[in-house]
Design a protein around this ligand. Structure first.
Ligand code: NAD
Ligand code: MG
Length: 388
């Protein structure tokens, strides 16, 4: 196998650091060629000294002098700013770009990477939520694969291997249900950010952890599945499976269901996206059925977890509606993390933003940029008003 040169957008995050572990475990196959971060300059410096990439980028330009000085003794190129992220992914030596940034900010560099012909290992699901149609179109034009990193989509992708000619009846996305799975509405009203950040099965960045607690993460994954696998909304089902052992399933037209199982560990889907279509031997902990807990399944409750219903509604309406939901969600999650909104009110602000924002049935790139700005402004105003 030729060594793949990998650019990691968001190397200091949960996915980014686990991707570096995968690279470190397979030095003959992979090289960390570009590392990038938003603010965490000290962590980026430490990563650069360990992995010796060709280049590093810090999105927040205020940290540039410190980063440059700290790496001055090494032959590592140092850049700063959001635009530098878009430029660096176009480097001709890069084979694959792992999009492990969080939120809408991942869209633009992903577009640049696709246009430059890079394979995409996609962790940043917001990119597909916001602009799935555009991304698919670009990926087709530039003949680049979009390889899923999200564990559910990796599971579906693995179930589909060897099934090219066999139509899918439906996919079944599993959801852990998060820390509030068994909470009453009254308990949800009093939920604190510390409780929401305590995910039962996965250690992830703050934003996706809140999205998991509110089920918006699962709603986004439904939209992500539509674009990755070319499905209709009615073909995407969600089932709550609190143990997170079955990562997702595919049902074919003969009724047969294939599932992918394993311990919850993101290093496996990250590695599969890197090594696809091959599998690489590794030393990750194995699932042992003799000690495995009982696997259980429940219907998701869209009354307590309204975000899942809102995401399905956005998917049905199409156009820029998922982009509106994403922007409003980023605003309310940031507010929840500042203790400025209650847990259930996050959904109410998102629903009100969906009702007020300008709907566009066939958005182009510039429309997404406008929509994102408008929906953020609306959601912030709705949050400030008491009447929503
Ligand atoms: P995180 O918050 O731990 O890390 C985010 C990374 O992106 C950091 O390196 C940060 O510096 C960088 N970043 C954030 N905002 C940026 C900006 N504006 N410009 C440049 N860089 C920026 O998040 P995470 O949990 O690693 O999640 C990353 C993405 O992967 C998200 O889209 C998430 O939904 C998705 N994902 C994560 C997991 C998981 O297990 N953590 C699983 C599936 C999907
Ligand atoms: Mg997931």
């Amino acid at each position: 196998m030729i060594q793949k040169k990998i650019a990691i957008l968001g190397s200091t995050g949960s996915i980014g650091t686990q991707a570096l572990q995968v690279i470190q475990a397979h030095p003959e196959q992979y090289e960390a060629y570009v590392l990038t971060a938003n603010h965490r300059v000290d962590q980026l410096i430490a990563q650069a000294r360990t992995h010796r990439p060709e280049a590093v980028v810090i999105a927040d330009e205020a940290h540039y002098p410190r980063l440059r000085e700290a790496l001055a003794d090494l032959p590592i190129k140092v850049y700063a700013g959001a635009q530098a992220l878009c430029q660096i992914v176009e480097d001709s030596a890069i084979d694959l770009v792992l999009t492990a940034m969080v939120g809408y900010a991942g869209l633009k560099p992903t577009i640049h990477a696709i246009r430059a012909g890079k394979a995409i290992a996609l962790a940043n699901k917001e990119t597909l939520v916001v602009a799935g149609e555009l991304i698919n179109c670009l990926a087709q034009t530039h003949r680049v694969p979009i390889l899923p990193v999200d564990s559910e989509h990796s599971a579906i992708f693995q179930c589909l291997a060897g099934e090219l000619e066999n139509p899918v009846e439906k996919v079944i996305l599993t959801a852990s249900g998060g820390p509030f799975r068994t909470c009453s509405h009254a308990q949800l009203c009093a939920a604190t950010k510390a409780e929401a950040l305590r995910h039962p099965n996965w250690e992830m960045g703050a934003k996706i952890t809140i999205d998991s607690a509110s089920m918006m993460n699962k709603g986004f994954e439904v939209i992500e599945a539509k674009w990755l696998f070319g499905l209709q909304p009615g073909q995407i089902e969600v089932v709550v499976h609190p143990q997170s052992i079955i990562h997702s399933m595919v049902q074919f037209e003969d009724g047969s269901i294939k599932a992918q199982l394993g311990l919850p560990d993101m290093r496996l889907p990250i590695q599969y996206a890197f090594s696809y279509p091959r599998r690489l031997k590794n030393e990750l902990p194995r699932l042992d059925f003799r000690t495995c807990p009982t696997l259980t399944f429940e219907q998701p409750d869209t009354t307590r977890f309204r975000n899942l219903a809102l995401a399905y509604e956005a998917l049905q309406r199409g156009g820029n509606m998922p982009c509106i939901v994403n922007a409003a969600n980023e605003v309310v999650v940031a507010a929840f993390l500042r203790d400025e909104v209650s847990f259930p009110d996050m959904s109410r602000v998102i629903a009100a933003t969906m009702a007020q924002a300008t709907y566009l049935p066939q958005p182009q790139y510039d429309d997404y940029v406008q929509t994102d700005q408008e929906a953020r402004r609306l959601a912030s105003n709705i949050l400030k008003s008491t009447s929503f």
